[in-house]
Design a protein around this ligand. Structure first.
Ligand code: FES
Ligand code: FES
Length: 179
């Protein structure tokens, strides 16, 4: 009688999540999104499509925003991952979160953690200083929202970019100025 090969397929993985070293034995095919949610309890990483389309599962992996449903936990050996929980705890996401709230950038909130994570990556990119609204929309095109129509989201991120880079273009004149 041969052993079930699927049952034997576990691997050990070491990575840093939100600044904390983590070592775990995981199924070789376990998605990073499921690892974060079910093994580490980091349920702020949402799972929508599980096909890399909606962006709800976005996390930062070694400094870049990625879809955690398209990665295996085992692939992240030696990596540093930041989730919405880590970005919130460190204060990096706070400005964006406040701007989303101020500009009605969320309704049901399902997409929001993914948007916030993507927005943090964009805002911390020095190239965002001169980013047009069209370019910003393109950068955020990998995150889908079924509720808001995106106007408040784009407005929120534009405001944070402007404030961060002290852009002369920053004139808080309301939603129409940014849409
Ligand atoms: Fe990962 Fe939709 S759940 S992109
Ligand atoms: Fe509901 Fe975006 S706020 S999906």
């Amino acid at each position: 009688m041969s052993a079930d090969p699927a049952a034997a397929e576990v691997v050990s993985v070491r990575l840093v999540v939100n600044g904390t070293p983590v070592e775990a034995v995981v199924p070789a095919r376990l998605l990073l999104s499921d690892f974060l949610r079910h093994q580490l309890g980091l349920t702020g990483t949402h799972v929508g499509c599980e096909h890399g389309v909606c962006g709800a599962c976005t996390v930062i992996l070694d400094g870049r925003a990625v879809r955690s449903c398209l990665l295996l936990a085992a692939q992240c050996e030696g990596s540093e991952i930041e989730t919405i929980e880590g970005l919130t705890a460190s204060g990096r996401a706070v400005g964006v979160q406040q701007a989303f709230s101020r500009n009605h950038g969320l309704q049901c909130g399902f997409c929001t953690p993914g948007f916030i994570v993507s927005a943090v990556e964009i805002i911390e990119d020095p190239a965002s200083a001169g980013m047009s609204t069209g370019e910003l929309r393109e950068r955020l095109a990998g995150n889908l929202c079924r509720c808001t129509g995106y106007a408040g989201i784009i407005l929120a991120v534009k405001q944070v970019i402007a404030a961060r880079h002290e852009s002369e273009a920053y004139e808080p004149q309301g939603r129409a100025a940014w849409s």
